[in-house]
Design a protein around this ligand. Structure first.
Ligand code: DGT
Ligand code: MG
Length: 241
């Protein structure tokens, strides 16, 4: 039951409210291991598109397939077991750092947890905290910075080892040191997985295999950076500010 991570959207439309489509006839393909950057103005439908992928909502029209299989035929729990989400305010629960990372794979050993934390660049800051891996976090994560929360979320995702990764890049300011650590951790996390990134950072966008440009629920352009620049359309306008 190994999942390769091929994702196809075929004429996908979605409405939160009847008669008002939030996403309109979206079609694109992601091959296993590709990185797809999703960009567009606020309200364009980026988060909604990602939510369809995990069946947080189901499409109104059209189909989404994973490795050729309509995701509506896959139980949500099973579907999500192949995905990890690293979101802007990734959720941490009240419990130890160890348990927060282990949430990615409940039967992981302590050494697997630490290995994932090392790959995520989280190990060194954890070791500097009093209590280390046994430090208890409270639900809103206070006591650790936003950047450190992200590193824990990345460690959790690395431990889970999913075929599909969904990443919502932070827009808010994270200090430069954490930022570099996060970038390195994310790079390791994205390797060999189909990754969907709601991208704000120019580097991520430029390096993506394909960029989806959304506007008012429509996929107005798609392609790699150079190709889209050449079109001198919305992407080129956004890129040149
Ligand atoms: P962002 O995060 O501000 O850059 O915007 P996007 O691109 O992530 O936009 P998205 O998908 O959150 O919203 C697309 C449209 O759908 C927008 O008009 C707001 C609307 N919308 C989002 N979530 C809901 C919801 O839960 N219920 C309803 N009725 N509308 C929603
Ligand atoms: Mg959003």
């Amino acid at each position: 039951d190994a999942v390769q991570g091929a994702v196809v959207f075929h004429k996908v439309s979605f409405a939160y409210e009847e008669g008002r489509n939030t996403l309109k006839e979206i079609s694109f393909k992601a091959k296993p291991g590709e990185t797809i950057a999703i960009i567009g103005p606020t309200g364009a439908g980026k988060t909604s598109l990602i939510q369809l992928l995990s069946r947080f909502y189901d499409t109104s029209e059209g189909t989404i397939t994973l490795d050729g299989r309509d995701i509506r035929t896959i139980r949500r729990e099973s579907l999500r077991s192949h995905m990890a989400f690293v979101l802007q305010d990734s959720f941490l629960f009240e419990g130890t750092i160890r348990d927060n990372i282990r949430y990615g794979k409940l039967d992981a050993t302590d050494s697997q947890v630490e290995e994932a934390a090392k790959l995520a660049n989280a190990h060194s800051f954890i070791m500097r905290l009093s209590g280390g891996y046994d430090r208890v976090l409270i639900a809103d994560g206070s006591g650790i910075s936003q950047g450190q929360r992200q590193l824990i979320a990345i460690a959790r995702a690395i431990l889970k080892d999913p075929a599909i990764l969904v990443l919502d890049e932070a827009t808010s300011s994270i200090d430069t040191v954490s930022e570099i650590k996060i970038q390195e951790g994310l790079k390791r996390l994205m390797e060999g997985r189909t990754s969907f990134v709601i991208a704000h950072r120019l580097n991520t966008i430029r390096e993506a295999d394909r960029i989806l440009v959304l506007k008012e629920g429509c996929l107005v352009e798609q392609g790699p950076h150079e190709e889209l620049l050449g079109k001198q359309g919305l992407y080129s306008d956004l890129y040149h500010g």
